[in-house]
Write a protein that binds this ligand. Structure first.
Ligand SMILES: O=C(CO)COP(=O)(O)O
Length: 247
């Protein structure tokens, strides 16, 4: 099982550190985290990265960034180099979140270039895909597959990948997307991912994911990508317990 959380821009640096310390304690005493059966990664905001990496240095919780630039060096004011993220100790990087698409005007080409930059720097991409409007699962899956294929066009050297199915209409809501819809889209995504030979990729669900969801989805997903409902470390801990219960 893979459980990840992005703090987006919700927590400031001090709150991110405090949160990471609480998570570290949860992980320290959880046998399935220690044994590697539940893999955990967290994506703090950029200014909090170094401090969170320090906190989690001797824990099994991996750290990543929420974004990177597609070039590693040069005249790119404000850009964030994947090489520097790796050097800091990041092992994951998120690519293609719908908030990046909508608010920061990222398009399919941007996402493809960033995906390649992640791989070039040995970072595991957390590739977000998902439909904008609530539509049937078959159509949603086709859109997700097209986004995935576009991001991965001409990709070489892929070692590890997390695909986060995040329907836009379910992000920032009180409840996640209906489980039947999630299971159905993820089944089709999984089938495609297997067909293109990425059998080791984890396909997780994100979008108002919270305690109780993983138990409802069962082993039909490879995990969750959490947002707001991970801010409470106790909620995160209870989701780890759910992952353990599914084994
Ligand atoms: O976008 C998400 C994770 O990347 C989900 O965020 P929420 O769980 O806060 O809706």
């Amino acid at each position: 099982m893979t459980l990840g959380a992005s703090l987006k821009l919700y927590l400031d640096v001090d709150a991110s550190v405090e949160w990471a310390e609480a998570l570290k304690e949860t992980a320290r005493v959880h046998p399935l985290v220690i044994s590697g059966h539940v893999r955990l990664f967290v994506l703090p905001s950029l200014p909090a990265l170094s401090a969170v990496i320090d906190v989690l240095a001797d824990s099994p919780i991996a750290v990543g960034a929420q974004d990177l630039f597609w070039e590693d060096r040069g005249a790119y004011t404000g850009g964030v180099s994947g090489a520097d993220l790796a050097r800091l100790g990041c092992t994951y990087v998120e690519v293609g979140h719908v908030e990046r698409r909508r608010i920061f005007n990222e398009d399919d080409l941007t996402i493809r270039l960033k995906f390649a930059a992640a791989l070039r720097n040995g970072l595991t991409p957390v590739l977000c895909v998902g439909e904008a409007e609530q539509i049937d699962a078959e159509s949603a899956a086709q859109l997700c597959i097209a986004q995935l294929d576009s991001a991965m066009a001409n990709t070489t050297g892929l070692r590890d990948l997390v695909v986060a199915y995040e329907p836009e209409w379910a992000i920032g809501q009180a409840e996640p997307a209906p489980s039947a819809h999630v299971v159905s889209v993820i089944r089709k995504l999984r089938q495609h991912i297997d067909e293109i030979g990425l059998v080791d990729a984890a396909v997780v669900y994100g979008g108002s994911a919270k305690p109780g969801l993983l138990s409802a989805l069962g082993n039909r997903v490879d995990g969750l990508f959490l947002g707001r409902f991970a801010h409470d470390p106790a909620a995160f801990a209870s989701i780890i317990d759910e992952a353990a219960g599914l084994r």
